[in-house]
Design a protein around this ligand. Sequence first.
Ligand SMILES: Nc1ncnc2c1ncn2[C@@H]1O[C@H](COP(=O)(O)OP(=O)(O)O)[C@@H](O)[C@H]1O
Ligand SMILES: [Mg+2]
Length: 252
Amino acid sequence: MKIAISGKGGVGKTTIMALLAKELRQQGREVLVIDADPSPHMVQTLGFADGDQVKPIAEMTKLLAERAGKTTGSPFYNLNPEVNDLLHDFMIEQDGMKLMVLGAVQTAEGGCACPENHVLRKMLKKMLLTANEVVLLDMEAGVEHLGRGTVAGVDQLIIVVIPSRSSVRTALKIKEMADDVRIPRVFFVGNQIEDEEDRTFLVDALGEPPVAFFPNSSTIRKAERSATPVTAITDTLENAPAELLKAVLEES
Ligand SMILES: Nc1ncnc2c1ncn2[C@@H]1O[C@H](COP(=O)(O)OP(=O)(O)O)[C@@H](O)[C@H]1O
Ligand SMILES: [Mg+2]
């Protein structure tokens, strides 16, 4: 299973992805999180102790380009044991959770880090997973990844939306693009929910109910401020992580 997350900047994508990663681990799933944000935060959000040792995938591009020279026309990411070994060099692991960081460098003009995204796209498309393995892709804000087709290889897309008009507008645009690139399952998750009015606003504005509503939580805010990983939070968050897990594991 390959799951990506999208939504307007700052709506809580990384936080929710980390909470989902935790739920999946607790279910005994093999979890690989790929942090594809140009300013990555997943190391801190998941609380990886050796986060500074992670080799960004961006550094792999050179290696892969060399290999690509030897194979004509074929994608440079082939799932032979050699490449699997190579991939493991770019992973760190903690408590059975694996993490990769894209480490794409954003230009001053805000241009895309195309070689890295190319690698990511190939990886997502070619990665063969067993039924127990889950890849979680955390992305930068907006719809750029969809435009570039990076997420075309994923099975599910989670769109995080907070109860604001601008967040809904972005979410609906992402949904449209996700449908265009034929992602099999696309669903919304509400975040920063205060009350019933927030819930109703989202259901009405989106035209369908989000699969989970994450409360506006002082626990999450305090965790971020004190550099505590969100995975260490014991608060049930109104059962939202469990509900998201259920939606993700449901057969389509
Ligand atoms: N449900 C929530 N309640 C309180 N704070 C939240 C919640 N979700 C996210 N945050 C906070 O909002 C900020 C942005 O969250 P983040 O997950 O980094 O967003 P994104 O990845 O979409 O940019 C962080 O400081 C995070 O701790
Ligand atoms: Mg983020």
